[in-house]
Design a protein around this ligand. Structure first.
Ligand code: HEC
Length: 165
């Protein structure tokens, strides 16, 4: 059973992670930013581990995931992925009719180290990938679909609910 101080510690980490995420999303790719992102990821994982040790049922926790990508709504992200037709090319668990095999399955995406092998798998970079894949991988078969930033954030939040378990 987590003690009261463990709860406080977990809550503190979550707040710190969210603050750092907000900052890192605004200042991507800089040296200092990268360090902050690593730190924020550690903090997030620590608080996620702590959280998961609470409910214990290992279901995706949408609230925590929404916090991971700041100001994002994973539910809306899933709906957007249906609208944009991502499922024509990807298997995406939980997204209607997403059974395509042109691109990799996005099952377990939260556990992947890289986005398409070219960007570290972290919120800012995932959002950038979703908005402009061909900027990051000029030969990629994934088209630029005109995804706006807010939309990409929502999709990223959903994709981070897809852990390998
Ligand atoms: C025309 C097919 C196509 C469509 C449509 C498409 N993708 Fe992709 N996607 C790909 C391919 C191919 C890759 C592999 C890219 C590479 O490695 O260069 C990819 C890679 C990705 C990756 C990285 C996967 C990994 O394992 O690293 C993510 C995340 C992703 N797509 C999300 C989306 C989302 C969200 C949408 C809808 C907004 C979408 N894709 C639409 C073809 C597509």
């Amino acid at each position: 059973m987590p003690t009261k101080s463990a709860y406080l510690w977990g809550a503190g980490l979550t707040v710190a992670a969210v603050a750092a995420m907000a900052w890192s999303a605004v200042r991507p790719g800089e040296g200092v930013g990268a360090a902050a992102v690593l730190w924020a990821e550690d903090a997030w994982r620590a608080s996620a581990d702590w959280y998961q040790s609470g409910p214990g049922d290992r279901r995706p926790d949408w609230e925590t995931s929404a916090l991971y990508v700041v100001n994002a709504d994973p539910d809306r992200g899933a709906a957007l992925m249906t609208q944009y037709g991502c499922g024509a090319c990807h298997v995406i668990p939980g997204v209607t009719a997403a059974r395509g095999s042109v691109g990799p399955s996005l099952d377990g995406f939260a556990d992947r180290a890289y986005v398409a092998g070219v960007l570290p798998n972290q919120p800012g970079d995932l959002v950038r990938w979703l908005m402009n894949p061909t900027t990051h991988a000029p030969q990629t078969a994934m088209p630029d679909l005109g995804v706006r930033e807010g939309e990409a954030r929502d999709m990223a939040a959903y994709l981070y609910t897809l852990g390998g378990g």
